[in-house]
Design a protein around this ligand. Structure first.
Ligand SMILES: Nc1ncnc2c1ncn2[C@@H]1O[C@H](COP(=O)(O)OP(=O)(O)OP(=O)(O)O)[C@@H](O)[C@H]1O
Ligand SMILES: [Mg+2]
Length: 199
């Protein structure tokens, strides 16, 4: 079975969506099949999550289980079929987001790991690492509301992400600098993975 499963992680504004788009273009240009996907998904559970987030009805214990249910559906309906076809699957956020965000909101990390235990681990999970100030400056024009509150949360999120990185669960790419510079670093990891596993 071919296929490579790659997850991009990082704070709001870290550059995940931009890097995911650059990465899928690059991979496609090599003639490989690509599925570019994201969590929360556009499936029924993902839609519910997005509605709850917009409405501000975001109890972290509820969100933790909904994000996780959405993830299992994501795997079954989209990710695993694409991997079976040998595609490179690039997901913009994965289970590390649940650990980092819901963990930062006070949900027990071991519990979060436990409910996510049946979700396959990616071949490569990358933290696009930026300081909170950089993340906030990139999103400030887009979502000016409640940035101070968000900043406090994001500091805790970043701490959990960096702890996971120091445990070797996430590879780290420095997300500072121009998009092309970040991409060169990211490609250093992904290119190695694809070559390494090439049949
Ligand atoms: N390296 C960079 N330098 C400057 N601006 C950037 C860089 N990377 C991304 N941006 C810009 O910053 C904003 C946030 O980037 P992006 O949407 O990719 O972040 P994200 O990690 O997907 O955030 P979210 O988690 O909120 O979806 C976008 O307007 C994007 O064009
Ligand atoms: Mg994004």
């Amino acid at each position: 079975m071919g296929g490579y499963f790659i997850a991009l992680e990082g704070l709001d504004g870290a550059g995940k969506t931009l890097q995911a788009a650059m990465l899928s273009r690059k991979v496609a240009s090599l003639g490989l099949g690509v599925l570019s996907t994201a969590e929360p998904t556009d499936g029924p559970v993902g839609k519910l999550i997005k509605e709850m987030l917009v409405a501000g009805q975001a109890d972290p214990r509820e969100l933790a289980l909904l994000f996780t249910a959405d993830r299992y559906q994501h795997l079954r309906v989209e990710v695993e079929p694409a991997l079976r076809k040998g595609a490179v699957v690039i997901t913009d956020r994965y289970l590390y987001s649940t650990l980092a965000y819901e963990g930062a909101m006070g949900v027990d990390l071991d519990y979060l790991r436990q409910v996510n235990r049946l979700a396959r681990l990616p071949d490569l999970a990358v933290l696009i690492d930026v300081p909170v100030e950089v993340a906030l400056s990139r999103i400030s024009s887009r979502r000016a509301l409640q940035l101070t509150e968000r900043g406090q949360l994001l500091s805790s999120v970043n701490r959990i992400y960096r702890e996971m990185a120091s445990r070797g669960e996430l590879a780290v790419v420095d997300g500072k600098g121009k998009p092309e510079e970040v991409f060169d670093r990211l490609w250093g990891l992904v290119g190695t993975l694809l070559q390494f596993k090439k049949p």
